[in-house]
Unconditional design. Structure first.
Length: 197
């Protein structure tokens, strides 16, 4: 049986920039992702979420990244390609206040919400959860070296990734940013943050 190919892709304007503004974590559960509302036309777009507390981690430009790698399926086993989703988060400054919260992230299965520099939120680990798979806490050697932490988060999913409904006109000044375009934007609650000492 032949597989169906429905559309191609044109070149767009050169307007997208790289990088991450911040990363949010929420607790994963099977009932959670089943309760989300997906767009009827753009099946990888989330139109609404159930009531969710998101723990926000701010990042500095040019340090953290999200990568989704297409992993080969196995034709002899009849399995399709799947997607290795990864987020490498760099947090500058070593501090004891952050450690309990980083341990919570490390102990949990989470959903990772990545806000990129284009004001789009990409969702990793939605159906099976994401886990911390590595990281470091470093002092650096020279005075100009980074003192801080890196955290690697990974997930394996059947779908590439999902995106939260957005508008190109949304900015940091938009109410409920970056979740303003959800049908019920108030369902996204940002948890309390600490400031490293």
């Amino acid at each position: 049986m032949a597989c169906t190919l429905t559309k191609g892709r044109t070149l767009s304007c050169q307007q997208a920039i790289g990088g991450i503004k911040r990363v949010y974590f929420s607790a994963w559960s099977k009932s959670y992702w089943e309760g989300l509302t997906y767009d009827a036309t753009d099946v990888y777009t989330i139109d609404d979420i159930t009531s969710t507390t998101l723990q926000q981690y701010d990042t500095r430009p040019n340090l953290s990244q999200m990568t989704v790698t297409i992993a080969n399926g196995d034709a002899s086993a009849g399995t399709p390609a799947f997607y290795d989703q990864a987020c490498d988060l760099v947090l500058q400054k070593l501090d004891v206040e952050s450690l309990p919260y980083l341990k919570e992230v490390g102990d949990a299965r989470t959903v990772v919400w990545v806000l990129d520099m284009n004001n789009k939120v990409w969702v990793l680990g939605l159906k099976h959860g994401a886990r911390v798979t590595g990281g470091t806490m470093v002092t650096g050697t020279a005075r100009g070296d980074m003192s801080g932490m890196t955290i690697s988060i990974s997930a394996q999913e059947e779908e590439p990734m999902f995106m939260v409904k957005w508008s190109a006109s949304d900015t940091e000044l938009t109410a409920n940013y970056p979740f303003a375009q959800l049908s019920t934007p108030g369902n996204a609650t940002i948890g309390a943050q600490i400031t490293p000492a």
